[in-house]
Design a protein around this ligand. Sequence first.
Ligand code: G6P
Length: 574
Amino acid sequence: MDAKQRYEMWLGSDQVDDVTKQELVNIKDNEAEIEDRFYTNLEFGTGGLRGVMGAGTNRMNIYTVRMATQGIANYLAKIGISEPSAAIAFDNRNNASLYALETALCLCANGVKVYLFDALRPTPELSFAVRHLHCNIGVNITASHNPKEYNGYKVYWDDGAQIVSPQDKEIIAEVNNIEDFSMVKTMDKDAAIDAGLLNVIGQEIDDAYIGELHKLVMNPEEIQKAGDLKIVYSPLHGTGLKPVTRVLSELGFKDVHVVEEQAVQDGNFPTVKSPNPEGAEAYALSLELAKKVGGELILVTDPDADRLGMYGYDSKNNEYKEFTGNMFGAILCDYVLMQRSQSGRLPENPAIVTTVVITNMVKEICKKYDTFCDCNNLIGFKNIASRMRAYEQTGEHNYVFGLEDTFGCLPGTYARDKDSVGTLMLLCEAAAYYKNRGMTLWDRMVELWQEYGYYKEKVQTMKFDGREGAAKIQSMIQTLRDNPVQKVGAYSVEKIYDYKLGTETDAATGKSEAAVLPKSNMIYYQLADGAWFLVRPSGTEPKIKFYLGVKGSSQEDAAEQLDELAVNVKAMFS
Ligand SMILES: O=P(O)(O)OC[C@H]1O[C@H](O)[C@H](O)[C@@H](O)[C@@H]1O
């Protein structure tokens, strides 16, 4: 079926509600809009299904949610799982609880026992719940940090990790087989409860999850000594509020200031355009409050509380400094390895698990603590979780800490997705530890730069919408593949790693050889003087992404080098 035929099918179906049909009638003369909404099904990307809410097969709505769910149910049946079970959560987005219920009822109608949260919960708690309740799968309705127009559907497997290849492809094949609404089952909510298929969960899972976080605390006495640490926190209208304030108060942090306007659950995110800790606007209200109360640490979590962001007080210059995900990730990585090794709690064959675009500083920190830095992994926390699964199967390493540049860490094995609550808690512990030594986390960052070098990184993006945009992004990457360069600005190119071709090329000789690289359409340029860049298409947004990194001789030098590299890389693609 082409886009127009699918559009007609939706309009003619007695299973599509009148409001949706009216939305479709309103675009009847807009060919481009019909094409965009119906040319394809939403695809599983880096973070599962994600799209703008609205009518169409390429949109998030109850029909695409049900079709995806039916595909998953068919997959569970196909691989012969007896007595299947699922945990389902949702965040504060508009329609999130509705999509969660639709998912639950479709699964129940397929004989799957469902545990559905009674109200919004963080992504890491869903990941934990899948493991805790021994479910076969989990679903979380969230579009993470995307703007309010979006919603999404993250799918978890029985270890609590988001699904990866080839399983995601097998599931999507089942989803794509569902072309007709009549293939989708659903049932009445009361009937599902009476049959014991739909079970509501809440407090008992919260308690078990928070209990796991308590076990991660390394220095409770440091927290007691610095319990007056002034923490400013914003949940950005989402799920972090309850678990974050609970765990901080249980640990003895007494001076926590929550940004009130952003403590209100709201799917319209009235105080921010995009509830993303990677963007400066997410901190505007927190910074205001911090200046008022003398905050030492500013922490924000995204709506589904898998990511967090941070600003720290710089007492020497009396200002707040922004920390990138690489920066606080490096601080925590160092803190955890140092504390564990000093107290003899570092396991044998310890590993820090991360991705190809992490700051090189983390690799240096790992060397110091004789720890394996497992970084030849694709972007997306699910790929870190895959390594955790592999370790459990082979026993080759023991996971200590996982982190991504995109503001996400996981400080233990209790969950298999990034956890802003556990990460935030450990950052507060580290801040307390350094406060007791007369230092701020900014002071610690400066020390790390002095010890390891002035690493600095950033990500640049360019947006290209729709079908044409997606093709343009592919062709930009292919053009670089076909026309490799030998110099990027002042840097000469040392090596080129092509993750699609699985090759490593020596730029000086032009010789290519096969390399063990996970497969993906991305290219990594290793440049002289510790600089690098990587280009890839986003898996969650219509964007091409450029990851850049440099190593300077001072903070100023690193900033200058990075700006220059950014200009030169951009010029290559314009
Ligand atoms: O870069 P994208 O494919 O858009 O993904 C955006 C982000 O999605 C998730 O949060 C992943 O865990 C991150 O690693 C990734 O950076």
